[in-house]
Design a binder for this molecule. Structure first.
Ligand code: UT7
Length: 337
């Protein structure tokens, strides 16, 4: 397919979201493992999260989020010419959840693929979509971030450090090129440092293991995500601050010019430390981890949707998106909304 000459920055034209109805409180988790509401709230800010009840895939939640994003964008599903799905918990190891979603939306034939980059998956996906749109390769891209964490965590005391943090959910955006000069994505910035891979990882089921899944892997809990929490926390704050500064400075702005920071939701304390370091007032930072936990690739679109719905995100705002996660990977995007 040949690229064509295009004009206009990439814009987010519509945002949608979907979380399961089932609310799981900290007290609910305290019935399954040795933990308590005070510990979880004090360390992470999380009060509750959503879990699926019945068997539901990331693409099921993603389809609901995508339909809402399409409706809000005033775009018909048939106009979408590329489907991207950011997830670390796809419906199947193969094929991609993007293909499952494409089928649900009834848009056969257009390219569809997953972006497997954990907490920064949405921003890696956004950058990919931006490159496609700016090269003229595609005209309307659907990007979904969706996760089902609740079927893959260790809900015993052994797994409590990780299990209490995560929730299920999906967020979606429809992207095209803006007719308004100056509006849309101003820049994106992606980073990775693979030497930290084992600081936050899910080791099994592993392609590199001769037998993929072994009784030992199950016994050792290597089929659940493992994290060196404090180590990750420290890096998350430092890298997020750096990549926000990179975003504003590369566009000739100062941090104080940011109207709204929409950060990944891994821990309320991380976002508070980032905001404090950058001297960003609380009202300029969107946090919804208290009610949803960490939905990984879905956190940023879900937070964007919330900020749009409650009026915090307004036309003309300078918006900075930022994320940090496994890899380590970290990323930011600066947009004129
Ligand atoms: O989205 C991907 C990126 N992820 C992150 O950025 C997460 C970064 N890390 C964190 O958010 C925090 O490190 C955690 C919230 C995971 C943990 O908070 P922490 O203040 O770093 O606690 P800790 O892991 O150092 O554990 C302190 C104590 C330990 O007990 P001892 O050894 O001091 O006796 C843990 O065993 O808290 C214990 N603990 C718990 N207690 C009650 C760990 N998890 C729990 C729990 N409930 N759920």
């Amino acid at each position: 397919m040949a690229a064509k000459a295009v004009s206009g920055r990439t814009r987010i034209r519509g945002v949608g979201g979907c979380v399961p109805d089932r609310v799981v409180t900290n007290d609910d988790l305290a019935g399954l493992m040795e933990t308590d509401d005070a510990w979880i709230q004090q360390r992470s800010g999380i009060q509750e999260r959503r879990h699926i009840g019945e068997s539901t895939g990331a693409a099921d939640l993603g389809a609901v989020a995508a339909r809402e994003a399409l409706e809000r964008a005033g775009v018909d599903a048939a106009e979408i010419d590329c489907v991207l799905f950011a997830t670390l918990s796809p419906d199947y190891d193969m094929p991609a959840s993007a293909c499952v979603l494409q089928e649900r939306l009834g848009v056969p034939g257009v390219p569809a693929f997953d972006v497997r980059n954990q907490c920064t998956g949405f921003l890696y996906g956004l950058t990919t979509a931006d490159a496609f749109l700016q090269s003229g390769r595609y005209d309307k891209v659907l990007l979904v971030g969706g996760e089902i964490h609740s079927t893959g965590l260790d809900y015993t005391t052994r797994g409590r450090q990780v299990a209490v943090l995560f929730g299920d959910g999906a967020g979606a955006v429809v992207l095209d090129r803006s007719p308004d000069e100056g509006r849309g994505i101003l820049s994106t910035h992606l980073h990775a440092e693979g030497k930290f891979a084992d600081k936050l990882w899910l080791e099994g089921v592993a392609g590199r293991d001769a037998r993929r899944l072994t009784p030992e892997m199950i016994a050792d809990a290597r089929i659940f995500p493992q994290m060196q929490g404090r180590y990750v926390f420290k890096h998350a704050v430092e890298r997020s601050v750096e990549v926000i500064r990179e975003a504003v400075e590369s566009n000739g702005y100062a941090v104080s010019d940011i109207d709204l920071l929409v950060p990944h939701q891994a821990n309320l304390r991380i976002n508070q430390a980032v905001a404090m370091t950058l001297e960003l007032p609380e009202e300029k930072v969107v946090n919804n981890i208290q009610k949803l936990g960490n939905t990984t690739a879905a956190t940023i679109p879900l937070a964007l949707r919330e900020a749009l719905d409650d009026g915090r995100l307004k036309e003309g705002h300078l918006v900075c998106l930022v994320a940090f996660g496994a890899g380590f990977t970290w990323a930011s995007a600066l947009l004129r909304w």
